[in-house]
Design a protein around this ligand. Structure first.
Ligand SMILES: CC(C)(COP(=O)(O)OP(=O)(O)OC[C@H]1O[C@@H](n2cnc3c(N)ncnc32)[C@H](O)[C@@H]1OP(=O)(O)O)[C@@H](O)C(=O)NCCC(=O)NCCS
Length: 176
């Protein structure tokens, strides 16, 4: 699948395994090794990207942007429900290609794909100033497996009348 990005010389495509090296290179450059100690990483370690929800921006043969989505669920202990969600991140655009709408195109692609496959929310840890225009709001009553700035825990629901509450776990977690 490839959607042409309007009037710009890049395409948005699904991530493929051969691109992982370059994706990690972009991510390392943008975030450095400090990213591994963040709580968000607890939801990614020992897990796997969701292949049909993780996208790259390509300029010719070169990866110039990436957004990855990971399988998580919200365990509502009181209601004893398990809601599958997608955890968005990292999103990164190559330094030389920022401000061209590539980040926006990546977010649209992965969020639409997540809702298209029936997931009812996308969660992330990131800045409100960047993500609010894409429909993300502070996640209320949701906790992560570690400390996180509540102003940066953001969620976008597929419908306005949905609200989940509970503890977020990686897909492979053992819930007691
Ligand atoms: C954040 C990042 C992915 C944005 O990518 P980008 O391709 O430059 O973003 P876009 O060109 O699609 O910008 C979309 C909109 O967000 C705005 N924007 C861009 N970077 C922003 C930022 N850091 N904070 C707030 N708004 C921002 C743009 O002005 C644009 O607004 P507009 O639609 O009104 O013109 C890119 O700067 C990046 O890779 N940063 C380093 C990694 C990072 O911080 N990732 C996000 C973690 S929270």
């Amino acid at each position: 699948m490839a959607l042409d990005a309007l009037a710009l010389d890049f395409t948005i495509c699904l991530e493929t395994p051969d691109l992982e090296h370059r994706i990690l290179e972009l991510t390392d450059h943008a975030f450095g090794p400090g990213r591994f100690v963040k709580t968000a990483e607890r939801l990614r370690e020992n897990s796997h990207v969701i292949p049909d929800l993780s996208f790259v921006a390509m300029r010719g043969e070169t990866v110039i942007g990436s957004v990855r989505m990971w399988p998580i669920f919200v365990h509502n202990f009181n209601a004893n429900t398990y809601e599958p969600l997608a955890f968005l991140g990292p999103i990164v655009v190559d330094d030389a290609h920022r401000g061209l709408g590539i980040g926006k195109a990546l977010i649209s692609a992965c969020v639409e794909a997540a809702f298209g496959k029936g997931l009812r929310a996308v969660l992330l840890v990131g800045s409100q100033s960047y993500f609010k225009p894409f429909g993300f709001d502070k996640a209320q009553n949701i906790t992560l497996p570690g400390p996180v700035d509540p102003n940066r825990l953001l969620i976008r629901y597929s419908q306005p009348d949905i609200a989940f509450a509970g503890k977020v776990c990686p897909e492979n977690a053992q819930v007691i």
